[in-house]
Ligand binder design. Structure first.
Ligand code: COA
Length: 224
């Protein structure tokens, strides 16, 4: 678990937990502590590294966004700020381009009484653990991909990541099966709550299984 390298009153514990779990989920570097948050090396051509602001909503300060976007950067470095894009975007240093919209930071308590449904008829459920990450895969009757997701439990908090249902299998409850299976896996590993960053479509699924929003997410990447 990382600890704040900045004024801790402005740190949102949900962000710190998201960062701690996300780096496990993606096999990224340990977060480097910055005066305004965290820098993580991801190591992929489209996603070299990312800066994440530690505060959320109104606690995100213009000076911190400016410092973060003026600090170490290169092509395909990303920025994650959990605050309203209308406030944040005017503060980006030159060379940063926004992407995505309607994304959010979300949290939930992991309810021990939640029942875990089996896969709908015709689908098969596969789960496995590797490197601190539990993965769930649903395949259809001919073995092809239907849905997936993963969770990284890091102590009391777990991070849900990379939830996806193939287009032709959507709205059949597969996302719910994936989520509830992941919730149960994290509970079994000792987590009592979970956090994630979502797309607008993901938000609808997560709300349907008990999650709530904490803050909007502003995304940008450095394009030079
Ligand atoms: C988000 C996603 C995983 C949902 O998967 P899914 O298998 O279709 O989800 P489910 O069928 O289990 O949906 C469960 C509930 O979530 C809500 N929901 C999910 N998708 C919705 C949509 N497009 N519109 C409205 N409600 C939606 C509904 O309440 C739904 O219940 P209902 O069908 O009985 O109304 C899928 O749309 C997807 O892969 N999207 C692209 C990738 C993505 O954005 N992933 C999330 C990253 S954070």
């Amino acid at each position: 678990m990382v600890s704040a390298g900045f004024e801790s009153a402005r740190e949102d514990v949900n962000v710190r937990e998201w960062v701690d779990g996300w780096v496990v989920s993606r096999g990224a570097s340990a977060p480097l502590l910055e005066p305004w948050g965290y820098t993580i090396h991801v190591g992929q051509i489209p996603h070299v590294a990312r800066h994440v602001l530690a505060a959320t909503n109104d606690a995100v300060l213009e000076a911190d966004v400016r410092k973060a976007t003026e600090s170490a950067r290169g092509l395909n470095w990303h920025l994650k700020v959990f605050a309203d894009p209308e406030r944040v975007l005017p503060w980006l240093a030159p060379g940063w381009e926004p992407y995505g919209s309607g994304d959010y930071l979300m949290v939930t308590e992991l309810d021990a009484s939640e029942t875990v449904p089996g896969p709908p008829p015709g689908y098969r459920l596969h789960t496995w653990d590797r490197g601190g990450v539990t993965r769930v895969l649903l395949t259809d009757s001919d073995g092809s991909f239907a849905a997936r997701g993963q969770i990284a439990p890091v102590g009391a908090s777990a991070v849900v990541d990379q939830i996806e249902t193939a287009e032709e299998h959507r709205r059949r409850g597969l996302g719910k099966v994936v989520m509830r299976t992941l919730h149960a896996a994290a509970r079994a590993q000792g987590s009592t709550r979970a956090v994630l960053a979502c797309t607008p479509e993901g938000r609808l699924l997560y709300e349907a299984v008990g999650w709530r929003t904490v803050a909007p997410l502003t995304n940008a990447k450095f394009v030079g």
